[in-house]
Design a protein around this ligand. Sequence first.
Ligand code: ZN
Length: 463
Amino acid sequence: MKPLLTVTLALATLVGLSAQPARRRVTLVVTGGTVITQNAAHTILVPGAIAINGTDIIEVGTPAAIAAKYQAAETIDARDQIVLPGLINTHTHAPMVMYRGLADDLALMDWLQKYIFPAEAKTVSPELVRVGTRLAALEMIESGTTAYVDMYYFEEEIAKATFEAGLRGVLGETIIQFPVADAKTPAEGLARAERFIKEFKDNGLVVPAVAPHALYTNDKASLVASAELARRYGVPMIIHVAETEDEVRLAREQYQMTPIAYLDSIGVLGNTTIGAHGVWVNDADIATLKARGVGIAHNPESNMKLASGAAPVTKYLAAGVKLGLGTDGAASNNDLDMFEAMRQASFLAKHATHDPTAVPAQTSLDMATMGGARVLGMDRLIGSLETGKRADLITVSTRAARQTPMYDPVSHLVYVTRGDDVRTTIVNGKILMRERQLTTLDRAVVIADANRLAARVREAVSR
Ligand SMILES: [Zn+2]
């Protein structure tokens, strides 16, 4: 064996001397930007480069190292840009962009019961959901969101529009006690959810889910049936939890328990549960959420606008609860810009705790990336820029006056960047926006369609 090995080594040396080793062909290289990997060590490469082949990140390294090893079919020059994992919106109702600005400056229960539920009763249709989701997808792609969690009606329309737009989604069909546009009863909703799960369970971008709206809009049977359905198919369950003091009061009156304690007592909480808000929780609730592996979607802007309160972010993080950020529906925010969500998460925590060191910029960015990935149960696939993960990433321009000078890119991402600064959005290795040019959506058509349907919404609510 020994002589043979020597010959092989000698041959390799000869080949190495006579020609450059062949570079591996890959589909895409993003190079030259400040690369914020969001890996466990929080590595930042200045500058860095990312080699992508098909749907996956092949390697992250210096521009020179990546250029030496890979030959790309397409190269994105990211100089003067920050490259980071795509942002993950852990709670929204995508089609509600159609109700943006329809009713503002109200408390949650008034807002829901007097305006949103009646407006939805008159106007929700497959067409409105389709058109609204396309508008939401346009806004998300343009502002750097690459994955999102949704809860709405006609979720199959949302799933189709999300897939066509190229976004990643954990999409939950709503279960609710009163008659809604796509189901007259919770049983009908559950049957619809099951069909939806079967149809989309093998989709590469869409993860179907079941979404009982909240404990105050569902009885025990509906909540338990929703959790059972989710368990049977191994899909997430999405629910609003402990959003307002009113909800806590209701739960205490009806069940003599906090909302979290009640949901736990009926066995619906588990490690694929995504709980939106979690504002009004005590220490025992936080321990329960941690023990059950529930992920929490923190929505600072919606919570502030509806004066719902401030979620105990610092306590959640100290307890090791999976924590992501969300915008909530655009009717209570009023946009889907996750850069604002990061900024407001940081500000709200500081304001609420009277502690300027609470939720620093890095923590907000963590929640919007790896934290969100954990909430979705996808932390092995997305949330950071690392070899073997799906290529979900964005580039952000740093040329604006308000971003000059730049001492700390993470500070800039959280405290000055706006969605409009995003230049390129890539999901699953596919470019959805290149230098602000959309590739999967026709911007003019999406906006014209939304305005056409908005005329119907205006008409319906004025009657
Ligand atoms: Zn919500």
